[in-house]
Ligand binder design. Structure first.
Ligand code: TYD
Length: 247
């Protein structure tokens, strides 16, 4: 059986990470106890993954994205913000290469269904925004940088939410975090910036309407979760979606 790659995308606070955690539980651990488990999915094995990863570049990125107020994190006088944005893009791409080599391609080769919480569209949408004034047509440029070597998803779920509500959810997360990395706003958690990223994601959905399915993430969590499972079940049951063997 051929592997398939499904990606989950959206702005910070859209809820996709909560949905991905639920989905992992639903499609793996609890399937044997569930009489209503979709039959078409019973034969499939799933791999759940995320970008940034927990590899070297991914860990470095997560540290960098914590918005630290201490003096050591201030932009040094010798570096320009433009170069920092480029450095960030290439770190995300290094992490993506590592993700493809170690997780995505081997799993697809084995015929697994890979579900990734964020993937290359995050780069096009987020770094397309940070590099908007540095690189002409930044979104197209980032897309083209990936094309020769990356694997395009078979299906992408875009969690659509009003950026102001998304920011509200991020604030709730900061207030309720007790420890770990989610104890304060991350670099991109600002409403004006998320609005731009949201606009970029919408451009992508219009460019590739066959690949993208838009999920209304303003709904209650349970509805969003059920809708996610419905879309994935339908997709995996539809033979015409079977991907070609990967290189
Ligand atoms: P994370 O804490 O995983 O947030 P979320 O749960 O919302 O996915 O951090 C991921 C952050 O990294 C998020 O703000 C989006 C950003 N990002 C990029 O800017 N470019 C990328 O290519 C990727 C994969 C993530």
């Amino acid at each position: 059986m051929k592997g398939q790659l499904i990606t989950l995308e959206g702005i910070d606070g859209c809820g996709k990470t909560t949905v991905a955690t639920w989905l992992a539980q639903r499609l793996t651990n609890s399937r044997q106890y569930d009489e209503c488990f979709p039959e078409s999915l019973l034969k499939r094995s799933f791999v759940f993954t995320t970008e940034p990863t927990n590899g070297d570049a991914g860990r470095l990125l997560r540290t960098k994205m914590q918005r630290c107020e201490d003096a050591s994190s201030k932009v040094s006088e010798e570096t320009s913000p433009e170069m920092e944005q480029l450095e960030e893009l290439f770190l995300f791409m290094a992490d993506h290469a590592d993700h493809l080599a170690k997780t995505v391609k081997p799993a697809l080769k084995k015929g697994y269904v890979v579900i990734s919480d964020r993937y290359s569209d995050s780069r096009v949408a987020y770094q397309g925004a940070t590099l908007r004034d540095v690189i002409p047509k930044s979104m197209d440029w980032i897309h083209d940088l990936h094309s020769p070597w990356s694997t395009t998803p078979d299906l992408t779920l875009f969690y659509s939410i009003d950026p102001t509500s998304a920011m509200g959810r991020c604030r709730f997360r900061w207030k309720n975090a007790t420890s770990g990395s989610t104890n304060g706003p991350e670099k991109f958690e600002r409403v004006e910036f998320l609005r731009e990223v949201d606009e970029n994601f919408r451009i992508l959905t219009k460019k590739e309407p066959k690949r993208f399915v838009i999920i209304d993430a303003n709904l209650d969590l349970e509805e969003v979760e059920e809708e996610t499972l419905n879309v994935i079940t339908k997709f995996l049951s539809d033979k015409k979606y079977s991907r070609k063997p990967i290189r």
